[in-house]
Design a protein around this ligand. Structure first.
Ligand code: NAD
Ligand code: WQD
Length: 331
């Protein structure tokens, strides 16, 4: 089966390509490299020892996208391509809405035109807003605090409407919690083209001496130690989640959380990283970051029951694999 992976040279997409190839699928990658590097294609080939077809195209450009469907019989699409930096989305809302929404619409239209019936979409726990934890798939979604989050919530609604109108489609929406870690080979990991936005890349930079200290955003939340609690999940587990979603696609639209169901505070993550990697992470407590919530973790029972997917890796694995990639690669 040929799987079109949009955003396939990105962080989660590249790990998913490996999982797909190892499971026997043929992968066609579409990525404009706005936040990833062409070398990742070679690394995927090196890890899997298989060929990968790569198109440097913009998924929001319909005619560029259609070339792929003309050249290949695509059986399913996994749609990762998107802009994802929250703070940037507040400054550049038009780019975020254009890129993320038009890409999703173009793919949905291509599904109709080229008779592709299977689609897996990258969503985010951010769509839950400030709900009660654990977050469950059937909860009413609350407004997010930024245009990025809105593009995910909107894309979900667009796909739900398309699913009603085209019942033969099988759509899986995966809401990731906080993906961290890297492939065990140390060859691929999170390698953005600009400054990182999330906690783990910052911890890595401090550990490497590229930053003097980590700024911890607030220690007065109602949590175990006052710092924010999140559901960190190993990127290889997320990749396996896509395989499970693809293998269990059924008609209609289905939403799944991809998290571990366990919360870890910022200080707990720093502590785990220091212990497993034997490095020091100096930090300073500063003001809360606007838009942050206190606690976020998943109810994972639906993915476990319906997809048979259970994450394998814990916080220690995530910190070890993340650091291995960092020291193997001059970023
Ligand atoms: P990433 O930036 O590493 O990967 C996204 C890839 O998409 C990049 O390679 C980028 O070059 C490409 N891209 C962006 N716009 C494109 C376009 N118009 N045409 C072609 N390629 C385009 O990000 P990631 O962390 O791998 O995230 C993948 C998806 O998962 C995104 O949709 C993101 O919003 C979503 N997500 C990520 C996280 C996270 O914390 N990493 C959490 C929840 C959801
Ligand atoms: C985690 C915790 C921060 C950096 C975001 C998106 C979410 C998803 C994942 C895309 C929080 C604290 C962080 C730092 C800190 N992405 N922190 N110092 O905000 O939970 O989730 O990325 O969809 O949608 O919202 O992730 O890694 O930025 O923060 O103290 O330098 O670390 O306050 O408690 P977040 P994060």
């Amino acid at each position: 089966m040929n799987i079109l992976v949009t955003g396939g040279t990105g962080y989660i997409g590249s790990h998913t390509c490996i999982a797909l190839i190892e499971a026997g699928y043929t992968v066609v990658i579409a990525d404009n490299l706005c936040n990833s590097k062409i070398e990742t294609v070679e690394k995927i080939k090196e890890i899997t020892n298989k060929e990968v077809c790569f198109y440097q195209i913009d998924v929001s450009n319909k005619s560029e996208l259609e070339c792929i469907f003309i050249n290949h019989q695509i059986d399913a699409i996994i749609h990762f391509a998107g802009l994802k930096a929250i703070e940037e989305s507040v400054r550049m809302p038009m780019q975020y809405y254009r890129n993320n929404i038009i890409s999703t619409l173009n793919l949905a239209e291509a599904c109709q035109k080229y008779n592709v019936r299977r689609l897996v979409f990258s969503s985010s726990a951010t769509v839950y807003g400030e709900n009660e934890v654990p977050f469950m798939e059937n909860m009413g979604l609350l407004p997010t605090t930024n245009p990025y989050g809105e593009t995910k919530a909107m894309s979900e609604r667009i796909l739900a409407d398309i699913s009603k109108a085209v019942p033969a489609l099988s759509i899986s929406i995966l809401r990731y919690f906080n993906p961290v870690g890297a492939h065990q080979s140390g060859l691929i990991g999170e390698s953005p083209n600009s400054l990182p936005n999330n906690l783990m890349p910052y911890i890595n930079r401090v550990a490497k001496g590229k930053m003097e200290k980590l700024y911890v955003f607030g220690n007065d939340y109602p949590t175990v130690d006052g710092t924010g609690v999140r559901d960190y999940i190993h990127v290889v587990d997320i990749a396996e989640g896509h395989l499970a979603a693809l293998n269990n696609l059924t008609e209609g639209i289905h939403v799944y959380n991809l998290g571990t169901g366990r919360g870890t505070s910022v200080l707990e993550l720093i502590n785990a990283f220091e212990q497993v990697n034997n490095v020091k992470i100096p930090y300073e407590i500063v003001e809360r970051r606007p838009g942050d919530i206190a606690t976020c973790y998943a109810d994972t029972s639906k993915a476990e029951k319906e997809l048979g997917w259970i994450p394998k890796y814990d916080i220690i694995d995530m910190c070890r694999d993340s650091w291995r990639f960092e020291i193997n690669n001059e970023l």
